[in-house]
Design a protein. Sequence first.
Length: 374
Amino acid sequence: MGAMRALLCALLLVPAAAPDCKRCKDTGFLTCPAEAKHACTGSAAKHCSVAAACASCAGTHRVPCARCSPEPGAEYLAEQAAQRAWLATTKPTDETFGRPLVHAESAHFALVFDIPRLDVEGGATAHGGMHVYLERLEALHAQVSADLGATDADYLAPTRVYLWARQADQEKASLLYTRQSSSTESKLMGKEPVVTIFYDKEWLHEEFELHQALAHQVAHCLLSNVWDGIWPGNIRAGWLDEGLAHAYEMALFGEVRHYCYVETDTILDLTRGSWEPPVRAAVETGAAPGFLGIAGKNTTEILPEEQLFAWSYVDFVRRAHPRQLGPLARALKARRPLKEALAETVGLSPFQFEDAWRVFVLANYAARERKKRG
């Protein structure tokens, strides 16, 4: 054993052989000479139109080392071909809108980005802003999936997202991709979800409000797409549909600021800020509506003053019964009666659910609004 240890120690002390090619350190590749013009940030993007358009690397971000590997291998050529083939699929959209747009694709999203500058770190250019938002989209997808217990195989298709700096483009995109006319934001839910938003600073004054609006709408789309492509908002489960979308506003931003647009672009007169204090006050004073009165409505039937409670019901399940949120959502999307869905997942009748929710609210919700985002 002593001899073996001595041999191992001797081997560890032997210096590593110097690379034959000092230029690429024997990797066979060098960083693309044009990398400064198309360097991508983050790790979410599988394809980026800015990088894929590079004549030198075609989106691979590297070129063969002319000194030791002058002939690119088949794998590298296939990677370039795949990037160029993907880039070709973006051209019809550019032609539709009459100019080159910034495109990207990640594991779960296809993003078209046309906002030239954002007041956020990394957003000084459209290319940089696109990567910022792609990372945010993937982070939201991961959170929704974790909450629902969903895997990649449970989603029927990627979500397509369009973000615009021009109202005219939003109006055109809404008709083309979401089957409705909207000058602000619109979405198509179900098996092939789409979200398109105009960064309208009349309503979305600051950059984080655009992020918040997108999180709200994408949450709707992911819930509608997962498992079955069924939107729960028109099968008497609007509380789940609206409540979950608002839950991510609260989780990410600490307050609700987003306004749900309908086809006529009417802004709902929602209570802004944190919804904990008004919900708690309603429970304390006996002014809270009955759970069944809201739980049987479609999304479009939920009144502005009822949105707070739809959010709170989802918040209760998400925090008090976290492992049952996904099974409950799946049961409701499968059109199971509410009584059966609750009994089989959280083990409560509708009346027991309401009683437990009231106890949860009084134990967990702040009586006064916490300090708002600076």
